[in-house]
Ligand binder design. Structure first.
Ligand SMILES: Nc1ncnc2c1ncn2[C@@H]1O[C@H](COP(=O)(O)OP(=O)(O)OP(=O)(O)O)[C@@H](O)[C@H]1O
Length: 474
């Protein structure tokens, strides 16, 4: 199985490049080789590897300078520094520069491979832990359904602007993808897109993540560090799960948005930045404002333009294309032949509720790529939990309960109270009128259909002031 990972090898020595390239590709790591650090910096404007392994001594920019430059852009990227001798000075300098590891030459190829593998794994873990900006190589957004076309139109309309955007949508609907597309199609596209997920970092680290810190600002702050705001200078900062932002951070963020400057944690000099904010949430921010859990003034600052991303079941038309896209992608990742869905499997998938939205569909396709036995995916290949969900899906997606759910949601979001009192008469009216239609106006029979006594039905008709034709004597 292929290990998903991209590593750049930098060395002016051709034989070292060749040995590493071969050894790493044998374990399935994708590599790109560079003779000079300059070329690395150029390439970094276009793409990002998961880790870099670089020689320390090279003509032009040397390994340590390269380390420093990369760290400015990607502070979390693991970088392995190779030195010609196992000398202490280079080792110390490498670690001080923030290298992930130091590898003295000559080295054992297996050791080098093990080290690089560890660096790549580390990069993946970090990304998951701290929601480190993931290099989205395919910013392709699939969406032919009308509900998605609305979203595309919004991205198009906003393409010349730097305006703050609030993206609303349930988990896994593609909020980050849309945020990235907004950035890519904005005047800031040549600068960074930095993402930070409020729900993924411990509360007491959020401020230092956002604003950085000075050396010694708190225990463990061994060196000064740039925060995401500084990294995003000139570009876009994507604040995911903004509803989870702690109250104090909300206050600080509001001030930064108003003043365009901030202080690093433990710092006394104001740092000026020019950052476009795109925020996202799966929560009802108005509701949080009403409960006093989200600052109203911050809400209004963020809620300049709002884009709503529909749930997957609201754009069923896109499910087959999305599934095909994810099946092909998983097959590429795993280096196997892509699976195809039988028409009935496709139909089955289109009928599911997908509470985890596009991400759940993506994970399912990955699962199928590994688990389905044949090239064609049968309904019986589907993960068991999805097969069980189908009953629920029909209820949620195709009938009145879903509409009712939305209605209650809207009423409550609008601050209405006593919603049962508003809904119940409407519910009973529909029940009574429909039953009477079936019995051609005969109340006695309608009462039986409804499961009420005749007197109850008569009382309800009176209470609800229903105008019904009577075909029988009262
Ligand atoms: N329309 C789409 N076309 C192609 N891929 C998509 C689409 N929407 C989402 N994806 C993919 O689905 C996954 C989930 O999307 P994303 O992370 O943007 O969702 P999210 O709404 O930000 O989720 P969360 O709220 O849980 O952070 C990603 O891998 C993304 O690339």
């Amino acid at each position: 199985m292929k290990m998903p990972g991209k590593v750049w090898i930098v060395d002016d020595d051709r034989s070292i490049r060749w040995v590493l390239e071969r050894a790493l590709s044998q374990v399935g790591i994708e590599t790109q080789v560079f003779e000079k650090a300059d070329d690395v910096l150029k390439q970094l404007e276009k793409s990002t590897p998961d880790a870099v392994i670089s020689d320390i001594r090279m003509p032009g920019i040397d390994g340590l300078q390269l380390l420093e430059r990369i760290q400015k852009i990607h502070p979390q990227m693991p970088i392995i520094i190779m030195t010609a001798h196992s000398d202490l000075d280079s080792a110390v300098a490498s670690y001080q520069g923030g290298a992930f590891e130091y590898l003295p030459k000559p080295f054992d190829v297996d050791d080098a491979v093990a080290l690089v593998t560890r660096a790549v794994e580390h990069a993946f873990e970090q990304r998951q832990e701290s929601a480190e900006p993931v290099a989205l190589d395919t910013a392709e957004i699939i969406g032919e359904a009308p509900a998605m076309q609305e979203v595309f139109r919004a991205i198009g309309r906003l393409s010349q602007s730097n305006i703050t955007v609030l993206i609303n949508g349930k988990s896994g609907t593609g909020k980050e993808l849309v945020a990235h597309a907004l950035h890519k199609h904005s005047p800031r596209s040549s600068s960074s897109f930095i993402a930070l997920n409020m729900a993924a970092i411990p509360k007491d680290l959020i401020e230092s993540e956002l604003f950085g810190h000075e050396k010694g600002a708190f225990t463990g702050a061994a060196a000064a560090r740039h925060g995401r705001f500084e990294q995003a200078d000139g570009g876009t900062l994507f604040l995911d799960e903004i509803g989870d932002m702690p109250a104090e951070t909300q206050t600080r963020l509001l001030r930064v948005l108003a003043d365009g400057e901030f202080y690093r944690v433990g710092g006394h000099t104001a740092v000026k930045v020019d950052v476009r904010i795109i925020a996202a949430t799966h929560q009802d921010l108005e509701g949080l404002v009403q409960e006093g859990r989200f600052r109203e003034d911050l809400f209004h600052r963020l809620n300049v333009i709002r884009i709503h991303i529909p749930q997957l079941f609201e754009r069923k038309e896109d499910i087959p294309r999305l599934a095909r896209h994810f099946l092909v992608r998983s097959a590429e990742e795993l280096n196997v032949e892509a699976k195809v869905l039988k028409p009935e499997t496709e139909a089955f998938m289109c009928d599911l509720a997908w509470p985890g939205n596009v991400r759940q569909l993506e994970n399912t396709c990955r699962w199928l790529t590994v688990m389905a036995s044949g090239r064609e995916v049968l309904v019986s290949d589907m993960p068991p939990e999805l097969a069980e969900q189908q009953g629920a899906a029909e209820v949620i997606t195709s009938n009145w309960e879903h509409a009712l759910r939305n209605w209650v949601d809207q009423q409550l979001s609008a601050g209405k109270q006593g919603v049962i009192d508003a809904a119940m008469p409407a519910f009973e009216k529909i029940m009574i009128e429909t039953a009477l239609k079936h019995t051609a106006g005969r109340r006695r029979d309608a009462a039986v259909l409804l499961g009420w006594g005749r007197n109850t039905l008569t009382r309800k008709i009176k209470d609800l002031k229903l105008v019904v034709e009577s075909t029988e004597e009262e």
